[in-house]
Ligand binder design. Structure first.
Ligand code: GDP
Ligand code: MG
Length: 180
């Protein structure tokens, strides 16, 4: 039988402040590993995750950044042709949540899809195995925050305990495919 398998290749950005767990989330998702010490080598790193999606194949090319986070912005070249993004913050550090809107603005100012829309973006509240004061204080307002700031949704994640990372990725892919 002739294969009519459709393939999708999506560039996915993983951005957010230094130390929020971007590299840990990618390593957990792609390599099923976790370590407390990933070297922050300067530059961009890639990891590929292949998913069977119905009868189709989805290749997620996850773009990690290291060393540039402290500037709070990236070059257009880095964002180019991305189809989706995770913006990550650390539930134990309020400043990393405050930076979320800054990251979203940087992304939207440098990248729009051909149809003029901004790319599909999911918010990750990482390190949810630890104290979640930020989320508790925001309570149900996280959904509202997502609506007001153009996120399709949010997830509490833990790279350490492998919580919700697959769910968040599937949610992102579902939205990207629906928007194509
Ligand atoms: P990045 O700078 O955003 O890439 O952050 P890293 O992935 O290097 O993580 C920074 C630190 O936070 C490391 O010591 C990780 O082990 C730790 N970390 C990452 N994710 C989690 C998590 O879900 N829970 C906890 N408790 N620590 C985490
Ligand atoms: Mg990193």
């Amino acid at each position: 039988m002739q294969s009519s398998q459709k393939e999708h290749l999506y560039k996915i950005l993983v951005i957010g402040d230094l130390g929020v767990g971007k590299t840990s989330i990618i390593k957990r998702y792609v390599h099923q590993t976790y370590s407390t010490n990933y070297r922050a080598t300067i530059g961009v790193d890639f990891a590929l995750k292949v998913l069977n999606w119905d009868s189709e194949t989805v290749r997620l090319q996850l773009w990690d950044i290291a060393g540039q986070e402290r500037f709070g912005n990236m070059t257009r070249v880095y964002y180019r042709e991305a189809m989706g993004a995770f913006i990550v913050f650390d539930v134990t550090r309020p400043t990393t949540f405050e930076a979320v809107t800054k990251w979203k603005e940087d992304l939207d100012s440098k990248l729009t899809l051909a149809n003029g829309k901004s790319i599909t973006t999911v918010l990750l509240a990482n390190k949810c195995d630890q104290s979640k004061d930020i989320l508790v204080n925001n309570g149900l307002k996280m959904d509202q925050f997502c609506q007001e700031n153009g996120f399709v949704g949010w997830f509490e994640t833990s790279a350490k305990e492998n919580l919700n990372i697959n769910e968040a990725a599937n949610f992102l892919v579902k939205h990207i495919i629906a928007s194509e």
